[in-house]
Design a protein around this ligand. Structure first.
Ligand SMILES: *Cc1c(COP(=O)(O)O)cnc(C)c1O
Length: 435
């Protein structure tokens, strides 16, 4: 069937009545904007208007939309096979992808599990840690993490998300109760404060024989607050985990593939985790795919345990189409151009978002790599702000007290100025805030 390009009022009414969007209400739905196509750094609405994309579809579309090389990789793979089960079967796209992932990540990470979403990559990481300790005959069944984290929406992942943001009260009695240290206070670009570690160290000491793993988002806490913290944290945590034999899980689903200015955010501290979660930009924002990497020692310990195998295997594991396009996305990154692109975006975001700080509604402005954040002093009126941005020809999706930009790496400076100008204007309009 050929999709019609203009969505009708009837289509939008159906959407309102029948379709859930992320974190939305069926009784008080917010407006949604029909997008007909996307090219480069622009989304084209069904009405014909073009919006400069400031979101990369949630950290994913790093090379922009409709990229000819990504499209060609998918088309070539479709002609061979879109999918085949991974149980008892292997294929070139998966082998090529895993070879690349093993080569580009820290050398100790040798064994790869391919899954379908970021949340499942986190479930897999947590399951690996639990199976590891079970195999070693130790009853370690808790995870230690920071407040303000975000690791996904499935139950295991939710159990290590910020307890307030992800409403742990709602799931009480059902959700495993993990350990939460205060969010890091030492800022990425600020002084390292030794006192920052006290609560974390105390929690780890008090529960040292119960903790299976520490799980964290390195350097940038994403959806839990868009907070950028000091890399010294990672060095200290690596040492503390080594001392106690506790595993360290780095969730680089948002930070991976260049977004922070390094290929992986752990590189800011020169550390390697025991388990690494990847997703989002893995396929350049085209298809859903994630990966969890671990060391041979963890993988072999799990495999020699009671179960005799790692107990996970999604239906669409190693999907060839997704692996093929991920290979092409990584090949584009291998050219190294992302480094100058991300550096240029960082410099421009710093220069142009600074003006936002003058607004009485702005609490903080911060930039790291290709991510710029304006934290407001009041919660934003999402519907009003979204409408304003669309009228200004940009796609920016704020939440809570956060207006943030994380454009595709290929954005040009005029497009980026359009985004930053819309943000700096938006924060001076009182109707954009809920008091
Ligand atoms: C988005 C995200 C996830 C979850 O990924 P999904 O693909 O949405 O399931 C997990 N961890 C981090 C850090 C993320 O940003």
């Amino acid at each position: 069937m050929v999709y019609k390009s203009i969505m009708t009022q009837d289509d939008l009414a159906f959407d309102r009545q029948h379709i859930w969007h992320p974190y939305t209400s069926m009784t008080r739905p917010l407006p949604v904007y029909p997008v007909a196509s996307a090219h480069g750094c622009e989304l084209q609405l069904a009405s014909g208007e073009r919006l400069v994309d400031g979101m990369s579809s949630w950290w994913a579309a790093i090379h922009g939309y409709n990229h000819p090389r990504l499209n060609a990789a998918m088309q070539a793979q479709i002609a061979k096979m879109s999918h085949v089960m991974f149980g008892g079967i292997t294929h070139q796209p998966a082998v090529d992808l895993c070879r690349r992932l093993v080569a580009m990540t820290p050398s100790a990470l040798e064994c790869v599990f391919l899954a379908d979403t970021g949340s499942v990559a986190v479930e897999v990481a947590m399951k690996m840690a639990l199976q590891y300790w079970h195999a070693k005959g130790e009853a370690r069944r808790r995870f230690l993490t920071f407040r303000n984290g975000y690791h996904g929406d499935t139950f295991g992942a939710m159990s290590v998300c910020d307890p307030d943001n992800s409403m742990h009260s709602l799931w009480k009695g059902y959700l495993p109760e993990n350990l939460f240290a205060p969010a890091p206070q030492s800022r990425f670009d600020g002084e390292w404060d030794e006192a920052d570690m006290v609560s974390f160290a105390r929690l780890m000491a008090a529960h040292r024989h119960e903790i299976a793993a520490v799980i964290l988002e390195p350097v940038i806490q994403g959806a839990g607050g868009m907070r950028f913290y000091h890399p010294e944290w990672l060095k200290r945590l690596r040492k503390m985990c080594d001392r106690e034999g506790i595993l360290l899980i780095a969730d680089e689903i948002a930070t991976g593939f260049g977004r922070t200015g390094k290929l992986f955010a752990c590189e800011h501290a020169g550390i390697a985790p025991d388990i690494l979660c990847l997703g989002k930009a893995l396929t350049g924002g085209t298809l859903t795919l994630s990966a969890t990497l671990t060391t041979r020692q963890v993988a072999e310990t799990i495999s020699d345990g009671e179960a005799g195998c790692f107990m996970h295997g999604p239906t669409f594991m190693g999907n060839p189409l997704a692996c093929a396009v991920a290979n092409e996305s990584l090949a584009i990154l291998e050219s190294g151009e992302w480094q100058s692109q991300v550096a240029a975006i960082e410099a421009q975001l710093k220069a142009e978002l600074a003006a936002a700080a003058a607004s009485e509604f702005v609490a903080d402005v911060r930039v790291l790599g290709a991510t710029g954040v304006v934290e407001t002093s009041l919660p934003v009126n999402m519907a009003a702000l979204q409408r304003f941005f669309v009228e200004r020809g940009v796609w920016v999706r704020p939440f809570g007290r956060l207006i943030y930009l994380m454009p595709p790496y290929i954005i040009d400076s005029a497009q980026l100025t359009r985004l930053t100008r819309a943000v700096t204007e938006a924060v001076n309009i009182p109707e954009h805030f809920v008091s």
